[in-house]
Design a protein around this ligand. Structure first.
Ligand code: ZN
Ligand code: ZN
Length: 400
């Protein structure tokens, strides 16, 4: 065994001479690196007097090795050379590792797991909720994810965190709910949950009582989700990312309009059929007439129709169908930045558009600014830069 194979045993131990009698570096014990130095007496063959090898190490390692001193000394005597001693040492250290790890996981068990009276109550609770609705339970048995269906058969996940003295203290529950633009709706649901916590009775209350409160909260937002689902089913969604699952905390959609234009629709979570907040994005030559038309026709808004239907009627258009039904037109609906080819850049979406209707390419403000700044005949005026569209050379400006 030469220096190379020694590296495999202790990769951080470096020989200090070419005859491999002195090594210094780090050895790993319990996942921690410890400074270590070992020196053999000159030439083991001439070492008739059995001069022992010299070992030096960190204080910590010293404490660990002290318990095993006898074993280690014995092995040193038996080993003919340094590499074989180091292999032996590694073996001893691995045993140390194993016993220590075992001890620490045992003490974890006692400290971090709920007391014995907790278990029957927990089992009774899950029986009550239905085991088929238990989606997840963590290792410490205190975090539960419970599947809860609303009246429309939508699946929600409620996270339940049980305190260690459960049921003396109430469980903390949470689920995705709309972060509304009007704070009213989040306040309402917040109050309902707080009431359930306040009325918690260790003898009679159960997780199921809180789930019932959530069911009634879901009813409040059911219309909102219906309106959003209608957009998802019938329009080309740019935001949120269509590949992710339905997010119950959102109350908006950004839909593609074609010609590199898009419309962001923000619904009122509690009055989702009312006129929503609308933000058009794209070339002014296209979006200004649309915005005008929408405002002119607002009196036609009919709360019995879906929001999408209303918008289509008021804008006298049919929104582009979902992406998966509409592949050949992908380029026209593409809202990616025409400079960096992505949609989101540091959480910004492309907000500047070329006003040439035939071009209409969209850009992140930052990308366009950088682009124009690099072109020699662009003009600066205060914080605005004037230049040409990278695609069609129409004049375009950008404010940072
Ligand atoms: Zn960009
Ligand atoms: Zn252009």
């Amino acid at each position: 065994m030469e220096g190379n194979s020694l590296l495999e045993v202790f990769p951080l131990l470096v020989p200090q001479d070419s005859s491999f009698t002195r090594f210094v570096g780090y050895i790993s014990v319990q996942g921690q690196e410890h400074l270590f130095r070992i020196e053999l007496p000159p030439q083991s063959t001439s070492n008739k007097n059995n001069v022992p090898a010299k070992m030096e190490c960190s204080q910590e390692l010293h404490t660990i090795l002290k318990e095993y001193e006898d074993v280690i000394l014995q092995r040193i005597k038996q080993c003919s050379d340094l590499p074989s001693f180091l292999s032996e040492l590694k073996y001893v250290l691995e045993q140390v590792n194993r016993t220590r790890k075992h001890e620490s996981s045992l003490s974890l068990l006692e400290k971090d797991y709920p007391p014995v009276q907790y278990y029957p109550k927990l089992i009774q609770e899950i029986d009550n909720i239905g085991w088929e609705n238990l989606v997840f339970i963590d290792k410490s048995l205190t975090i539960l994810h419970i599947k809860l269906k609303d009246k429309q058969n939508r699946e929600h996940i409620v996270q339940v965190k049980l305190p260690l003295d459960y049921p003396s203290s109430y469980p903390h529950c949470s689920t995705d709910l709309p972060q509304s633009n009007s704070s009213e709706s989040s306040t309402q649901s917040h109050i309902l949950i707080q009431d359930a916590y306040k009325n918690w009775n260790p003898k009679t209350s159960s997780i199921k009582d809180i789930l019932i409160v959530y069911s009634s909260i879901f009813e409040q937002f059911s219309e909102l989700w219906t309106m959003l689902e209608d957009f998802d089913k019938n329009t080309w969604i740019l935001e949120p990312d269509a590949s992710s699952s339905f997010n119950y905390s959102l109350n908006y959609r950004r839909i593609a309009l074609g010609n590199h234009c898009s419309l962001q629709v923000i619904l009122d979570a509690l009055r989702p059929r009312a006129v929503p907040e609308c933000h058009f994005l794209g070339s002014d030559t296209i979006i200004l007439p649309l915005r005008d038309q929408l405002n002119r026709n607002l009196h036609l808004w009919n709360t019995r129709s879906t929001v999408r239907n209303n918008l289509e009627t008021l804008l006298s258009t049919k929104f582009p169908a979902p992406k998966h039904l509409n592949k050949e037109q992908a380029e026209e609906f593409n809202m990616d930045c025409a400079i960096c080819y992505s949609f989101k850049l540091e959480n910004e979406i492309p907000e500047r558009a070329c006003d040439n209707q035939k071009c209409g390419k969209v850009f992140h403000r930052k990308c366009l600014f950088e682009w124009l700044r690099a072109i020699p005949n662009s003009r600066h005026s205060f914080d605005t830069i004037f230049g040409e569209c990278p695609y069609c050379s129409s004049s375009i400006s950008c404010k940072l």
